[in-house]
Structure formats: C-alpha cells, structure tokens
Design a protein around this ligand. Structure first.
Ligand SMILES: [Zn+2]
Length: 340
C-alpha cells in the first residue's frame, strides 16, 4: 500500500524561516544572521563571544546610521552604546565589551524559535556556559554550498530594511513586503493569502501625498476618527478580490493602497470591486513617483514592488490594469468630482 512520507524542510528553507518569519521586537536576529553568514564564509567552528561581538555590533551600528528604529522598546543600553560609538563618543573596544555583556540578551536563545517552537535544525550550538562562545554547526556550513549562498546575506539585509522601515512608520511589515515568485530564483516571503491584512495604520503614511483629500473625488477626508464616526477608508486601487486570481501580485502592497472617502469606496455609486478609469491609474502612478522622488521612507518599498525605473513602473501598472480588467471587466469613476 502506498503511504505518505513526511516532508522534511530543506536546510535553506529553515534558514529562511528563521530570517523571514516570526515576530521581531528588535533587529538583533538580523545582525546575528548576517554575522553567522560571515563566519560560515570563513569556515569557522568555535566562535567566542568577543569574536561574535565584532560583526554583530558592526551590523547594528551600520543600521543605526540608516534608521534609528532598531527595536520596539523605548530604550536599550546596548543600542545607546552603539549610538555613542557612531557619534565617536566611545571606543570600539568599549562597544565590543558592552556587546558581549548586553548585546546578546535573548537573541542567542530566540534565534532558532519560529512560530512558537524550535526549528528542526540548528545553525549554531550555544556553549556560552561551558566555553563562552557558540559552535557553528554543519547545517550553517552546508548553506555555503548552496548555489544561493550569496543571496542569503542580501535577503537578511532586505528583510532588516523592511522591518526597520515598518517600525519607523508604525505600520505592519507585511504592507511593505515584496513577493517574489519562485521563477525569480529569489524566494522571499509568502504571506497568508487568505488573510486580509489590517491596513488602517497606513493612513498617515499615505496621506502625505493626498493632503487630506479623497484619492478619487478630492473631497476632504478625515484621517482621525471624528464624532460622527466618519473616517477615511484605505482602498485597494486594484480590488482586494484579485488576490486569489493574481497570487503573483502583491495586492496588499503600499503601491496599491490609496485613501478614499466612504462615498467613493462603498457609498451609492461607490467603487466596490470595479477597476478605476484610466485617469486614476495615471494618478496612482504620479502618487507612487512622488513618494519615490521625495525620498519618502516608502521609496524603496515601492521601487521593489513596482519596478526599478519609471518605464518599468509604467509597464507594471499597465500590465496590472490589463490583468485586472480581464478578470473584472467594469470600470468606475466617482459620480461627482471636486476641484483640487
Ligand atoms: Zn471620494
């Protein structure tokens, strides 16, 4: 009789799950991930905490220069030390000794925890009690043989940038996520397609361009909840229902989110699940270009989601419009448009 075999995750999948999934309260996991990849490249086995402190604190310091949001907690003595180091207020050896004593709190223990449990393979063994260090395992060294080894460090970096950006904007990292298809050779992330991500927190970020006006009709909108309960809707330009039809597209990405008044989104004559008329596609393009050119924190996210240069981004939106209208063949524009 034919029986099922239990599928086993591949080592590289386990590595990616460590980096890509799980909740982050600080960026230490990314710093440790990048440090481990460096150590694997040098084929090191035993690593003392002092030796680990160097790459670890270097990555943290570099990231603090890009984005000061490296954790969700208000203060961290270790991060403050790294900030001092960046300002030239403390020496490298001072930074390293603080890293050894404070920098690894939790991260060594938490690194292999994904979804509430330990992953089936470890990339290092914790021997801090016995030998004041960690031992790199064959699993990590095996990653080096993988043809995508050079990608792993870029993946950690990309994920890190995304999480710190989300922290600084106070929005869900999933909104900034890029979904690559397998054909791209870069498996990046798979979000749960059936779950509607809570997008309310993105209001403030999106309003910068719209300046308090509905994306479609230009009527004044409220970002804050008012007494009458009227608050602006976050609308998927290309409807959220396309998610199941077009799994390769990140419908929940910020590139596709606009602020709309309730009337336009779901009032009489509202948009609901129709495709906006072509002038609104132009407006969406202008909005995305605005965010990119003004060096908004979402700049890189929108570039990642829609294309590296303007022609590519136009092509992306054009193709998106074609795919969408093939699935939902009805156009919409607001019954009444305001000036502005
Ligand atoms: Zn409107």
């Amino acid at each position: 009789m034919q029986t099922f075999l239990e599928s086993k995750p591949r080592t590289e999948s386990i590595w990616r799950s460590v980096i890509l999934f799980g909740r982050n309260v600080a960026s230490y996991k990314f710093a440790l991930g990048k440090s481990l990849l460096e150590l694997a490249d040098k084929e090191t086995n035993f690593v003392s905490m002092e030796d680990l402190a160097e790459p670890f604190s270097r990555h943290i310091s570099e990231h603090l220069k890009i984005n000061d949001n490296q954790g969700t907690s208000q203060s961290s003595r270790f991060l403050n030390k790294a900030r001092d180091y960046n300002k030239g207020d403390c020496s490298k050896s001072d930074l390293l000794s603080t890293t050894v004593s404070l920098g690894f709190n939790n991260v060594i223990d938490a690194f292999h925890v994904v979804g509430g449990g330990d992953v089936p393979k470890r990339f290092f063994m914790d021997e801090r009690t016995e030998r004041k260090g960690i031992v790199i395992t064959d699993n990590l060294l095996k990653l080096k043989e993988h043809f995508q080894f050079s990608n792993f460090s870029h993946e950690v970096e990309a994920r890190w940038r995304l999480v710190e950006t989300a922290w600084s904007l106070k929005i869900s990292p999933q909104l900034l996520e890029v979904r690559h298809d397998l054909g791209d050779n870069i498996l990046f992330t798979e979000t749960d397609l059936s779950r509607r991500i809570n997008i309310t927190s993105s209001r403030d970020s999106l309003n910068g361009y719209q300046k308090g006006k509905c994306f479609y009709c230009r009527k004044g909108i409220r970002i804050e909840k008012s007494d009458d309960g009227e608050i602006v809707d976050v609308d998927h330009f290309f409807p959220h229902t396309l998610l199941t039809e077009l799994p390769e597209v990140n419908i929940n990405g910020v590139w596709n989110l606009v602020l709309a008044c309730q009337e336009c989104n779901r009032g009489t004559g509202g948009k609901f699940e129709r495709i906006p008329k072509i002038q609104f596609l132009e407006r969406l393009h202008a909005r995305n270009e605005y965010l990119i050119n003004s060096h908004h924190p979402l700049r890189e996210t929108i570039i990642n989601q829609t294309g590296k240069d303007t022609p590519k981004r136009i092509k992306f939106l054009q193709q998106m419009d074609q795919k969408a209208i093939d699935i939902i063949p009805t156009r919409w524009s607001p019954p009444e448009a305001h000036e502005g």
